[in-house]
Design a protein. Structure first.
Lengths: 271, 256
């Protein structure tokens, strides 16, 4: 298996999510397209892993195999020691399009997960209120998704995942459809949530800056079939102090790391 | 807002023009009463029908007879059709089992099999209601099936990732997603049922507004024919209006 050791952690005890020799092939016969090949990647609880790479490199496929939306053709994906077998409430998912339920109010969308588990309206009200308040959506609780702006809709999609208290948050280009300003604000909010909860996040993005800024680990993938080129530890997510996002993003160390990741992507796209 | 008021004015104007033309043509003596009854004669005809009735039944009773058939045929046809369509959209084997019948029945002119129903069931109420049931069923079934098919995959994936079981996905995602198309299907169905009913009453009947129009026409009672047509038209507007209002209330999010 090529590259099978890339991205593996040395300390086995703290492994939370593990891709072991994962390959995914779409189609069959002459039309077979290998999307992922020999992906081995471990990460620990509390890590914020950002995956970047040229388009078509299988970033989304990687996320989907952990979400349980597709079965790898080879290898295994496991979380918390158990192999992934289909989607489950332990893995919250956020797509680029919010995919809200338009027939439910903002509050109804936020409380969807607890509702499925049969929690009474009163029982889930408190969690829902607390989460909606932190993102400024509480006053919109009785409105419908179509009455919200794009940024608010995506906040709601994230809240809907968080209310369900997943072990890991899987996000596929969550801010890709937003304008630049909203995007930065939401990066900030996501960062705050992650710092406060210490939750594990897998973020797929095509913004290298976003990956270096938010991630504890940046995983660079190559063009099809997707392989892991390099896994780089990024120090900025766990930074201390009051530095603003724009200050951080203009630090020489930040710029250097961003350029390094960019050149890795360029190289992998050319070969 | 002002724009809408102006459009409303145009609508009123067109109706007013039609009525004015009617008055000029009839009271001006340009058209014989037989072809187009003047307003006073039409009114007399209406009062006649409403009080004395036509062939032992008042206008209201004819309307009731028609409405009852529409209601029974439409309700049973859309409920069964929608349930069948939901199942067809969600489970491929059900689709495979029923698709040939639904697809064959849907484009078939209802009057083609009316004769068969009359042979089997006679000219009473049963054959008419079954006819309307069969008219509504395939339209609703296809609408519900397509509604299920058009559910966004991401909505289902999100629900699964929030812990939804297969039944919960159907109940909380697929069904509400399909509602707008189910309603659109119901509106098409009521149109089909409505048209079929009038035709059915003309061919076989002794009550109902369609039958009344045909029978009065045989005796050249154009005033009764016009009252009948107006009644049918207004009933249709009311039925459609009720469905649209219900739709706006229940699937208010559709298309937004």
């Amino acid at each position: 298996m090529p590259d099978a050791t890339d991205g593996r952690r040395l300390v086995a005890g703290e492994v939370f999510v593990s891709f072991a020799g994962v390959g995914v092939t779409y189609g069959s016969g002459a039309g077979r397209v290998p999307a992922l090949e020999g992906i081995s990647l471990d990460f620990a609880a509390g890590d914020f892993v950002c995956v970047v790479g040229p388009s078509g490199c299988g970033k989304t496929t990687l996320m989907q195999s952990l979400a349980g939306f597709l079965k790898p053709s080879s290898g295994t994906v496991s979380i918390d020691g158990r192999p992934v077998d289909g989607p489950g409430a332990d893995r919250g998912v956020v797509f680029q399009q919010p995919a809200l339920f338009p027939w439910l109010t903002v509050g109804g969308n936020a409380g969807f997960g607890p509702m499925l588990r049969g929690e009474s309206r009163a029982a889930r009200a408190e969690t829902v209120e607390q989460h909606l308040r932190t993102v400024g959506l509480w006053e919109f609780r009785d409105r419908y998704p179509y009455e919200l702006s794009g940024g608010m809709q995506q906040r709601l999609a994230i809240v809907r995942a968080l209310v369900n208290k997943p072990k890991i948050l899987l996000m596929d280009e969550p801010f890709g459809a937003l304008d630049a300003l909203t995007r930065e604000k939401m990066q900030e909010e996501l960062h705050t949530v992650w710092r406060r909860t210490g939750m594990t996040v897998l973020l797929i993005t095509h913004s290298v800056e976003e990956a270096v800024y938010l991630g504890t680990d940046v995983v660079v993938m190559s063009a099809r079939p997707g392989r892991i080129v390099e896994r780089i530890a990024a120090p900025f997510a766990r930074r201390e102090g009051e530095r603003s996002s724009r200050e951080t993003k203009s630090l020489p160390a930040f710029v250097a790391l961003r350029e390094r990741v960019l050149s890795l992507i360029w190289q992998s796209a050319e070969t | 807002m002002q724009h809408r008021i102006r459009l409303r004015a145009w609508t009123l104007l067109s109706v007013a023009l039609l009525i004015a033309a009617w008055l000029i043509l009839t009271w001006g003596g340009l058209v014989r009463d037989l072809f187009l009854p003047p307003p006073d004669e039409l009114w007399d005809g209406f009062v006649d029908l409403a009080t004395d009735g036509y062939r032992n039944r008042t206008l209201l009773e004819h309307v009731e007879a028609s409405l009852w058939r529409i209601g029974a045929g439409f309700a049973t046809g859309t409920v069964v059709g929608t349930l069948l369509g939901l199942a067809m959209g969600y489970w491929r084997p059900v689709e495979a089992l029923f698709a040939p019948f639904v697809e064959f029945l849907r484009p078939l002119p209802q009057l083609a099999y009316l004769m068969l129903l009359i042979i089997w069931l006679g000219i009473g109420e049963t054959s008419k209601i079954i006819l309307l049931f069969l008219a509504a069923l395939p339209v609703s079934a296809v609408a519900a099936r397509d509604g299920v098919r058009n559910v966004r995959l991401q909505s289902i994936l999100v629900a699964r990732s929030l812990g939804a079981s297969e039944w919960q996905v159907f109940r909380h995602v697929v069904l509400p997603s399909a509602l707008p198309e189910i309603f659109a299907g119901a509106r098409i169905a009521i149109g089909v049922v409505y048209g079929t009913l009038i035709a059915a009453e003309i061919i076989a009947g002794s009550s109902g507004i369609g039958w009344m129009i045909l029978d009065a026409g045989r005796f050249l009672r154009s005033d009764y024919v016009f009252v009948g047509i107006l009644s049918i038209g207004l009933m249709g507007l009311a039925l459609n209006g009720a469905l649209v209002a219900l739709e706006a209330r229940i699937v208010h999010w559709a298309g937004r």
